[in-house]
Design a protein around this ligand. Structure first.
Ligand code: OMP
Length: 271
C-alpha cells in the first residue's frame, strides 16, 4: 500500500486528521520515569502510542529530539517506529536536503534505514535536491512551503516577480508532484497563507499542518482552508499540547484526553 492509500485508509478508520508529535524532551517528560526505568524515553513514547493509537492518523518524530541523545536517541527512534502499528503513518521530520548526491543518502536513510512513510524536506536547493526523495514513489515528501514560526516572513514572504516566495514554492510542489508523492508543510499559525497554498495545490496534494496547541494555531481556519473538498488530505500535528498535557504519573490518560478533545474539535469543523 502506498502512502496515499495508507493515509486515506487510516483517516477513515480512525475518523481523524490528528497527528501526535513524539518530540521527547528530558526537561518535560515525567521525572518519575527516570527513576523507575532504564528506558524512560522509549517507555514514554510507548505509553503515548498505546493511549492515542485509535485517535490518530500519524505520529511525527522530529529528529532533533532523538539526535540530541546520541546513539541512544537513534535506538529510541528505531524502537519507537517499530512499535507504531503498521496502519498508522510514520513521519520523520528532519527538514533535510542537500546537493543531489548527499540528498540521495538522506532519502535512503529516512525511507530505508528508518522506514519512514513520509519525511519533511526543504526546497531551498531546488529540484535536484528534491528528486532523490521523490524517487521513493510509495512514500511522501512534505516540502516546507510556509512554516509556522514568527520569522517565516523573513525569507518565505520575500516578493519575487510580485509574488511571495511561498507561492512560488507551492507552484513548484505542484510541478514536482508528477509521481503523486509530494506534500506541503504549512503552519496553522498563518491561515490566510494556508488558504492561498491550498488553492494553488488543489485537492490531491496532502498538507502537513503543525502549529496547533503550543503555538496557538486556529483549528477552525486550519480545517476550513487546509483540507481538500472532502475535508481530508490534511495531517494536523500537535506535539507538546498532547504529549505534555500533564507530565506527571498517569500522564498518558491526560494525553489521551487532550488528543480526544483536539480530534473532536477538528471533526466539528469537518462537518
Ligand atoms: P509543537 O509546537 O510542540 O506542537 O510542535 C510542533 C512540531 O512541528 C515540532 O516538531 C516542529 O519542529 C514542527 N514544525 C513546526 O512547528 N512548524 C513548521 O512550520 C514545521 C514543522 C514541521 O515540519 O513539522
Amino acid at each position: 500500500m502506498n502512502f496515499k492509500e495508507k493515509l486515506e485508509k487510516i483517516t477513515d478508520r480512525n475518523n481523524s486528521l490528528l497527528c501526535v508529535g513524539l518530540d521527547i524532551d528530558e526537561d518535560k517528560i515525567p521525572k518519575y520515569l527516570f527513576q523507575k526505568s532504564k528506558t524512560p524515553f522509549l517507555d514514554f513514547n510507548k505509553e503515548i502510542i498505546d493511549a492515542t493509537k485509535d485517535l490518530v492518523v500519524a505520529y511525527k518524530l522530529n529528529m532533533a529530539f532523538y539526535e540530541v541523545l546520541g546513539k541512544e536517541g537513534i535506538n529510541i527512534l528505531e524502537k519507537t517506529i517499530e512499535y507504531i502499528p503498521n496502519e498508522i503513518v510514520v513521519i520523520i521530520d528532519g527538514k533535510r536536503n542537500d546537493i543531489g548526491n548527499t540528498a540521495r543518502k538522506y532519502a535512503k536513510s529516512l525511507f530505508e534505514t528508518f522506514n519512514a512513510d513520509a519525511v519533511t524536506i526543504n526546497p531551498y536547493l531546488g529540484k535536484d535536491g528534491v528528486f532523490p526523495f521523490l524517487e521513493y514513489n510509495d512514500k511522501c515528501s512534505f516540502i516546507l512551503c510556509r512554516t509556522s514560526n514568527p520569522s517565516a516572513i523573513d525569507i518565505q514572504d520575500v516578493k519575487i516577480s510580485g509574488k511571495p516566495l511561498y507561492e512560488l514554492v507551492a507552484n513548484k510542489i505542484k510541478e514536482w508532484n508528477k509521481f503523486g508523492n509530494c506534500g506541503a508543510v504549512v503552519g496553522a499559525t498563518y491561515p490566510s497563507e494556508l488558504k492561498i497554498i491550498r488553492e494553488i495545490l488543489g485537492d490531491e496534494i496532502p498538507m502537513l499542518i503543525p502549529g496547533i496547541g503550543a503555538q496557538g494555531g486556529d483549528v477552525e481556519k486550519t480545517i476550513k482552508y487546509g483540507t481538500n473538498k472532502n475535508k481530508k488530505n490534511a495531517i494536523i500535528n500537535s506535539s507538546r499540547g498532547i504529549i505534555y498535557a500533564n507530565p506527571k504519573e498517569g500522564f498518558s490518560k491526560e494525553s489521551r484526553n487532550a488528543a480526544i478533545s483536539l480530534k473532536e474539535k477538528i471533526n466539528k469543523y469537518r462537518k
